[in-house]
Design a protein around this ligand. Structure first.
Ligand code: PNW
Length: 461
């Protein structure tokens, strides 16, 4: 990082939490062990053409069998908090009924291993692995799934809340709804906008039902939800571009945060949905449940976007008669995902979230895939990823200086893993995984992160 970035990062307080994040299906493997049921990702990965290289999570990083080694690695990297997700089909195969003790047992041991290593566990209850049986019954577009989620959440909560104090209900409901049910780019691979909007409401309802019960069972926990968000700016100040930015922000940010924090859906978004023949299936009392008070907001930030409301030929409607919303590259450098590197947009997003919603925030994910090259020892000298982290940590510190209440940061990801529909080809880890040998080797970015944590948090020069 630059000197200016390091100076900003050095303003992060000693109480700031420094972590790494992963999710169950992306790292665990062992999909047929310990009584685990099947999830929508097991199914989706078998549909030809859905995942690059025909990859799947059957083996992944074998974390299920290498968990103590992975916790030791985190300790070496000086992180104080680990954000991981619990696989619903391990805990409750089939998505209903009693807990599978072997499934819960894995997370029970993980929590003890972490605490024994001085690392605070942070649990995400849902990171996209819906039990297949629940999808067969209709999935998130169906109201019952919200109730099934709350029941599952309590099985995990009852087992772990004596030792786990920080809880995230859902990871990125936008991805579940929009990529899973509208664009079909993630499991379950459905393509229906109305279903996606029904999914949004039932995801939020499931979050609220779980949140109410968790709070009632133990008022002392730290409870939140994680959303992926970006700053969306209009490409020009034309009315079409400005409206495209409004719609993008509506569907990406306000559709979630308004009901969660203010207890109502944004009227302009509801009107946009109606114009597309879609609606949020709200019943009496739902918004009270959804707006159960949050202790924190988890923010996953990867990039910002510039959008236009007209296509290349200048038309504001597409072939289906829908308003055009199209990303227009700014020419900034991109990562291996093709995502523009936009740390300034992160400061903007965080200050705006602070102003509009006022919640304490954690960056629950931030990171980048690059085309890593390992040397003979497996070492990756990833100056690009290191620069990405430095710029974004400085952006977080800048938002904090501007008044936003930012309490911690999790690098995505602890290690290379199964990057969903991109398979293993896209590497987000700060630790390299050799998928032939399962050897883990910290990259230069991991060493930089470790040294930064020691300098800023522990005050070592
Ligand atoms: C997040 N988008 O997914 C997930 O939480 C992680 O599991 C994933 O590995 C990571 O980011 C990197 O992709 C996203 O299209 C997927 O805006 C897609 C988007 C954002 C986040």
């Amino acid at each position: 990082g630059t000197e200016a970035e390091h100076a900003l990062i050095a303003t992060l307080p000693p109480t700031f939490r420094w972590g790494v994040a992963t999710s169950a299906y992306q790292i665990e493997g062992a999909v047929a062990e310990g009584g685990r049921g099947r999830s929508i990702w097991d199914t989706y990965c078998r549909v030809p053409g859905m995942v690059d290289g025909g990859d799947h999570g059957d083996v992944a990083c074998e974390h299920y069998h290498r968990m103590p080694e992975d916790v030791a690695l985190m300790r070496e990297l000086a992180v104080d908090t680990y954000r991981f997700s619990v696989a619903w089909p391990r805990v409750q195969p089939g998505g209903t009924g009693p807990a599978n003790p072997e499934g819960l047992g894995f997370y029970d041991r993980l929590v003890d291993e972490l605490l024994g290593s001085g690392i605070t566990p942070w649990v995400t209850l849902y990171h996209w692995d819906l039990p297949q049986e629940l999808e067969d019954a209709g999935g998130w577009p169906v109201r019952d799934t919200a109730h099934r989620f709350a029941d599952y959440a309590m099985l995990v909560f009852d087992k772990l809340h004596d030792r786990v104090r920080a809880w995230t209900t859902l990871n990125e409901p936008w991805c579940t709804a929009m990529l899973g049910y509208h664009e079909g780019r993630q499991a379950p691979g459905r393509r229906h906008f109305g279903d996606a909007m029904r999914a949004v409401h039932h995801l939020l309802l499931g979050h609220g039902l779980a949140a109410q019960r968790m709070r009632a069972a133990d008022p002392g926990i730290e409870l939140g939800i994680t959303l992926n968000m970006s700053t969306i700016t209009p490409a020009t100040d034309s009315p079409e571009d400005v409206d495209a930015a409004r719609r993008g922000d509506g569907l990406g940010v306000r559709l979630y945060l308004d009901p969660l924090v203010k207890g109502s859906y944004p009227q302009d978004v509801v009107a946009d949905l109606a114009a597309r023949g879609a609606a949020l299936p709200v019943q009496d009392g739902d918004l009270e449940v959804i707006s159960t008070p949050l202790d924190l907001l988890g923010v996953n930030y990867y990039f910002s976007q510039q959008v236009s409301g007209v296509d290349e030929s200048g038309s504001a409607v597409d072939a289906a008669g829908l308003p055009v919303g199209r990303e227009v590259p700014t020419g900034r450098p991109v990562t291996a995902m093709g995502w523009e590197i936009t740390p300034g947009g992160m400061t903007e997003l965080l200050t705006r979230l602070h102003r509009d919603y006022g919640l304490p925030m954690y960056i629950t994910e931030n990171g980048a895939a690059f085309d890593d090259v390992a040397d003979d020892d497996g070492f990756v000298d990833d100056a690009d990823r290191t620069a990405y982290f430095a710029a974004h940590l400085a952006a977080v510190a800048a938002a904090r200086q501007a008044g936003a209440d930012l309490r911690g940061y999790f690098a995505w990801s602890l290690m290379d893993n199964f990057e969903w529909s991109y398979g293993y080809a896209k590497r987000f880890g700060i630790v390299r995984v050799d998928y032939e040998t399962q050897r883990r080797t910290p990259k230069r970015s991991a060493l930089w992160y470790r040294d930064t944590i020691r300098r800023v948090r522990d005050g070592h020069a």
